[in-house]
Design a protein around this ligand. Structure first.
Ligand SMILES: Nc1ncnc2c1ncn2[C@@H]1O[C@H](COP(=O)(O)OP(=O)(O)OP(=O)(O)O)[C@@H](O)[C@H]1O
Ligand SMILES: [Mg+2]
Length: 427
């Protein structure tokens, strides 16, 4: 039985894999986002013989996440820092919204562009609210406006308002990163630069922060230049990925799906790695495929009824799921649970991982494996059950010809945020 529904998410015109819809017109600036255009951008450090970045040409559309990925020392950070002139171009140009960065005052440019880095860049002796308000303060906003914006930003990145008066050291690493993102967003920048923003966190917190950032991005639609070493992160986060090698040479600039389906050359193929089918799971969301169904049972219901349902030949999951009156999963029922007359109020077997329809399939697989579960209930936004994901569904997908040939579009992304921001407030 094929459980893969390939019709669910055909790639739509103007729709990028793993992304929000593209702008209707390719305006240079739309909403609060600007395009970024690298035009022969070159950086030669001191008297180095070879340039760190050699004539880089790259067009980043307004509202997209462009990921720069490549081996250490290939010029990712240099390329990114030329955008806000933390590093000045030796040759060539970079235009933001059609305007050359060279025609702008460097310090002003850095205040206008959000900047998030891996190391915690928060000021330790300033409260969270003061950290977030760094640039608004420099710009001389009045107190009421700053307070209002700070409250709004805390909410946007999912932090409790009570945290406003705390100091960075009193927050977890993940919370600090959210503050970093809030600070970078303070003046509603047209462009965000993020240099390995999730690089230093453990894999589970990292996944959550990535998801939060994607969810946030679906609303704010900033132009984001995102640097990472990690191809999996690039595939998950990028609307478009630039795979770079030494001297900032772009070997392929394409959507994640294009890079997985049709690597431009051997360098890209090596960089993407051998497990491309597995990586393709990053392009799918749990809600993109046909899920299985398990019989639902409610506390107090007749056990015989549930046993009869389980005996039905069409049943795909050999266990019944205990759900509450709003269809929210409570646990898995074992035969022992169903031995009495009525379904008990609690289940013998714990629920294990619970997935959401918007979860990226690759993360869902990791959750199943980590939870040592064959099956996981999938819920919608209200927590109500929509189906069951199993390891078998995923392995069928990986074995299917579609996994090898088809382009599966992931949907609007959900998710995430994160990491430290450093705004060059000084100067
Ligand atoms: N301030 C500097 N002075 C001289 N050379 C530099 C300087 N900064 C970077 N470089 C050199 O420029 C090249 C590109 O460095 P860059 O930091 O942009 O690479 P990267 O791709 O960000 O690397 P990583 O993945 O390790 O962060 C490297 O060869 C590096 O040694
Ligand atoms: Mg770097």
């Amino acid at each position: 039985m094929s459980k893969i529904n390939n019709g669910v998410n055909p790639t739509r015109e103007g729709y990028r894999v793993g992304s929000v819809p593209a702008p209707e017109a390719s305006e240079q600036t739309r909403g609060g986002a600007s395009s970024v255009s690298f035009q022969g951008a070159t950086k030669r450090y001191g008297n180095a013989t070879a340039p760190a970045v050699d004539h880089l040409d790259l067009e980043v559309e307004a509202g997209e996440i462009c990921v720069l990925v490549g081996p250490s020392g290939c010029g990712k950070t240099t390329s990114m820092r030329m955008v806000n002139r933390m590093i000045d171009l030796t040759e060539g140009d970079i235009q933001i919204g059609g305007e050359s960065v060279m025609r702008k005052d460097g310090a002003k440019l850095r205040r206008e562009i959000g900047y998030v880095i891996q190391q915690v860049g928060l000021f330790p002796h300033r409260t969270i609210a003061q950290n977030i308000a760094t640039v608004p303060q420099l710009l001389g906003w009045d107190k009421a406006r700053i307070r209002e914006r700070t409250t709004e930003l805390l909410d946007l990145v999912g932090l409790e308002p009570e945290l406003a008066g705390r100091y960075p050291v009193q927050l977890s690493g993940g919370q600090q990163q959210r503050v970093g993102v809030a600070r970078a967003l303070a003046v509603d920048p047209p462009v965000m630069l993020m240099d390995e923003p999730f690089g230093a966190i453990d894999p589970i917190a990292r996944e959550r922060l990535q998801n939060e950032f994607l969810r946030l991005q679906a609303n704010i639609r900033k132009t984001v230049i995102f640097v990472t070493h990690d191809i999996d992160e690039a595939i998950k986060m990028g609307d478009r990925i630039a795979i770079m090698k030494q001297h900032g040479r772009v070997e392929q600039y394409a959507t994640p799906a294009e890079i997985l389906m049709a690597p431009a050359n051997e360098f890209v193929e090596d960089f993407v790695g051998a497990d491309r089918a597995l990586k393709r799971l990053s392009l799918l969301r749990v809600g993109d495929i046909n899920l299985w169904r398990a019989p639902n049972a409610r506390p107090g219901q007749s056990s015989a009824e549930v046993r009869a349902e389980l005996a039905h030949p069409d049943v795909e999951v050999p266990y019944a799921l205990l759900v509450d009156e709003r269809e929210r999963p409570l646990g898995w029922l074992t035969p022992r649970d169903l031995a009495g007359d009525t379904v008990p109020a609690t289940a013998d077997s714990p629920l294990g991982p619970v997935l959401e329809t918007g979860d990226v399939m690759r993360d869902a697989l990791a959750d199943l494996l980590q939870g040592e579960s064959m099956y996981a209930p999938v819920v919608d936004h209200d927590g109500g059950i929509t189906g069951i994901l199993s390891i078998e569904i995923i392995s069928e997908f990986l074995a299917s010809p579609e996994a090898k040939t088809d382009e599966h579009s992931a949907v609007e992304r959900p998710l995430g945020t994160d990491r430290e921001t450093e705004i060059r407030a000084d100067e």
